[in-house]
Design a protein around this ligand. Structure first.
Ligand SMILES: Cc1cc2nc3c(=O)[nH]c(=O)nc-3n(C[C@H](O)[C@H](O)[C@H](O)COP(=O)(O)OP(=O)(O)OC[C@H]3O[C@@H](n4cnc5c(N)ncnc54)[C@H](O)[C@@H]3O)c2cc1C
Length: 435
């Protein structure tokens, strides 16, 4: 273990393996330290993987990678206690090349990604925990591991060791996350025959669907649930801000059970057999929570850098892109023989110039805005459900009289002024940053 590398990557997830692959392809000597028995064995995602950003590094990956289904149908269900209001889009073109997104199971997908890295020349060291950085003259020069004689030296280190990055922590780049900066997600993989999935979700053979659910799905807490179709299973889960779970003293598993038993969800899952149960944290603190991303000899990528756009359910693409940018920065630094903080600051420039930071900045503050206004998750979902339930009821009551009664009932729950303020407030927050 006393060999010296050009770069050591801590963490063999999406960010780490992508960065290692890019560097090895450029001829650098790279090692990935992974605590699991193999890449993917510890990793959790819903998971929707986006075609375009993945293809930037792995052209036509879907031809050899173990993807589940191309996503041809996406919907959002605003779940009330008794029913759901649905918004969605279906387009069969999404089930064909060039594709938009695929559902994946990380245990399989990361194994494939690991093989791409190994084939490119990366040394993947499994069952090894990166425990600390090794410093010399105020620069990171290696990684300490939990193995005997397990110090590894390199010109640069990339911390891609996920949401609770030990390496970024030990290097003093990140603080302990607050409960309002992370969500706790629980997920089940439920086996169901392919034909039954296609029948229930109205899908053509091989095509996939995603459903995101809010409102009663998180029992009024700030969070989101999901149901994604795999080849012969469903991924069903819910993620809720840790601060909300603590405030409401709730267990996320109970929330998931409540979701699975909901009248409009249960028919989708009926007859399925639970194959896997996992829990994982998601960094959802947004732009304000992004730690310092580099120092002499070290860069931080993916979840370790809080690069998740929860509003758009994007984490995988930000992890892979930040991994790529970190790799390109190390390649450049190696060519110049300069791994100082100033040389590695090009990493931040690359992120700033890309959609990664532009999107993170656009949604800055949205999490704390929503957390202070719980009615978005608790009041409006039932209101929307009741309103549309009445609206579509045909009962010989004149429409004018009916609408008056419906609005009166809605205003009893939330005042007109409150509703206007909520609506305008949210739109302004999103739009003003877009223009
Ligand atoms: C339930 C859930 C659903 C999600 N759904 C989606 C989705 O649908 N679409 C999407 O784009 N994103 C989704 N995400 C987010 C996405 O999974 C993450 O943003 C992405 O996995 C981040 O990749 P990463 O490589 O930075 O971290 P990870 O994938 O977490 O990889 C980190 C790696 O580091 C290893 N590691 C950790 N600590 C150490 C250590 N000390 N030493 C050695 N190895 C270590 C881990 O074992 C792991 O392999 C979801 C997340 C969750 C939890």
């Amino acid at each position: 273990m006393n060999e010296k590398f050009d770069c050591i990557v801590a963490g063999g997830g999406l960010a780490g393996l992508t960065s290692a692959y890019v560097m090895a392809k450029a001829g650098l000597k790279v090692a990935v330290i992974e605590r699991g028995i193999a890449p993917g064995s510890k990793n959790v995602m819903g998971g929707v993987l986006y075609r375009q950003p993945t293809e930037v590094v792995f052209p036509e990956f879907w031809k050899s990678a173990p993807v589940e289904r191309p996503v041809a149908q996406q919907s959002l269900w605003v779940l009330g206690q008794k029913g759901a209001v649905e918004f969605g889009v279906k387009n069969p073109a999404r089930a064909q090349p060039p594709y938009n997104a695929f559902t994946v199971l990380r245990a399989k997908f990361d194994k494939w990604l690991g093989k791409q890295a190994v084939d490119a020349g990366v040394l993947v060291i499994p069952e090894t925990v990166a425990t600390d950085v090794i410093m010399k003259d105020n620069a990171v020069v290696g990684v300490r591991t939990d193995r005997e004689d397990g110090d590894l030296y390199a010109d640069a280190v990339i911390a891609a060791d996920g949401v609770y990055s030990q390496i970024a922590w030990k290097a003093g780049l990140r603080r302990e996350w607050r409960p309002d900066q992370v969500s706790l997600a629980v997920k089940e993989v439920i086996a169901l025959p392919a034909e039954r999935i296609e029948d229930r979700f109205h899908l053509s053979e091989g095509a996939g669907a995603t459903i995101e659910l809010v409102g009663e799905a998180s029992q009024g807490m700030m969070g989101i649930a999901f149901i994604y179709t795999n080849k012969d299973s469903l991924s069903v889960g819910v993620g809720i801000m840790l601060s909300e779970l603590m405030k409401h003293r709730r267990n996320p598993n109970d929330v998931l059970e409540n979701l699975k038993a909901h009248k409009v969800v249960r028919p989708l899952l009926e007859g399925g057999v639970m194959r896997e149960y996992v829990a994982h944290m998601i960094p959802e603190g947004g732009y304000e929570s992004i730690p310092r991303l580099f120092t002499s000899g070290l860069l931080v990528a993916g979840d370790a850098a809080q690069l998740v756009n929860s509003f758009h359910r994007e984490g995988s693409n930000l992890a892979m892109q930040s991994g790529r940018f970190a790799a390109e920065t190390v390649i450049e630094a190696a060519a110049r023989g300069d791994f100082s903080a100033s040389a590695l600051s090009r990493y931040r420039d690359r992120l700033d110039d890309s959609f990664v930071m532009k999107d993170m900045r656009q949604y800055a503050g949205i999490g704390s805005y929503l957390e202070k206004r719980p009615h978005y998750f608790s009041v409006y979902p039932d209101m929307a459900n009741d309103f549309l339930f009445e609206f579509f009821a045909i009962d010989s009551i004149p429409k004018r009289q009916k609408l008056r009664a419906m609005f009166r009932r809605a205003f009893e729950t939330r005042s007109l002024f409150g509703m206007v303020r909520d609506g305008v407030g949210l739109v302004m927050r999103l739009l003003l940053r877009s223009v």
